[in-house]
Design a protein around this ligand. Structure first.
Ligand code: IPE
Ligand code: IPE
Ligand code: MG
Length: 238
């Protein structure tokens, strides 16, 4: 890759969007778009590993996505299961830790069991982290964090005046994961759709018109290259 390694983002978060439109364009049912999107996931996990990106968070299913038609949801769930079955080996081979963020208890029991087993089997790996956002919502995550903090206050373990940014960050789903440096959204939509509302505060945003099932390593490289040229100021003067 043509990028100075010091300018490679440590953490990339992706809103994998456009599967339905991709399918529609070819006269296929939406689920075919999701199936094709699974190939992009494989390619991008590999691309991140090769580029030296340590953390990759993929928005796979939002809390809002539960309103979709039942057959699309069940199709997505079975796709998730086969994806895990077919790709767990690669996580072991490359020593990548699998993590889930989101309301995992909302997922079907069988999927939960599979996810928990795979998370446990990979938890010792430190080469990279693949973080899947499933039944994830940024507001839901903050609500869950607030509830846990309120309980601490109620038990007398914490005073309201002691609450800081760090307190909130420490109660998120994956508290030890650094904030994303780069957020990529495919299919051209200019919105966050409730993704990582806290963590994206200072992320660089990159939106491409490429639909997720067409997104490949070259597109990832283009995003990383664009990121490497950005000037992050974090509120300071230029
Ligand atoms: C993203 O693709 C995948 C999920 C939200 C699960 P979409 O299914 O949202 O595709 P479009 O936006 O309808 O094209
Ligand atoms: C965001 O995409 C969620 C995922 C990619 C999983 P959506 O397609 O659900 O977002 P909206 O509805 O267009 O905002
Ligand atoms: Mg969409």
């Amino acid at each position: 890759m043509n990028v100075d390694s010091k300018n490679v983002p440590q953490h990339i978060a992706v809103i994998m969007d456009g599967n339905g439109r991709w399918a529609k364009r070819q006269g296929l049912p939406r689920i075919k778009g999701h199936e094709a999107g699974a190939e992009s996931v494989r390619a991008i996990v590999r691309g991140c590993r090769e580029a030296g990106v340590k953390y990759l968070t993929l928005y796979a299913f939002s809390v809002e996505n539960w309103v979709r038609p039942k057959d699309e949801i069940s199709g997505l769930m079975s796709l998730l299961r086969t994806f895990l079955e077919n790709n767990e080996n690669e996580l072991h081979e490359n020593q990548i830790r699998l993590r889930i963020i989101g309301r995992i208890n909302d997922l079907p029991a069988l999927i939960q069991r599979g996810l928990k087993r795979a998370m446990k089997a990979t938890q010792q790996y430190t080469e990279g982290e693949l973080i899947l956002a499933l039944s994830y919502g940024g507001r839901a995550e903050l609500v869950d964090a607030m509830k846990a903090i309120a309980e601490q206050v109620k038990r007398g373990e914490l005073k309201p005046a002691q609450i800081t940014d760090e307190t909130i960050a420490a109660h998120l789903y994956a508290p030890d994961v650094p904030d994303p440096d780069l957020m990529i959204r495919t299919s051209g939509e200019m919105r966050l759709s409730n993704f990582l509302l806290w963590q994206l505060s200072y992320a660089e945003l990159y939106v491409t018109d490429v639909l997720w099932p067409d997104f490949r390593e070259e597109h990832l490289q283009a995003a990383i290259e664009a990121y490497s040229k950005r000037h992050r100021r974090f509120g300071d003067v230029g």
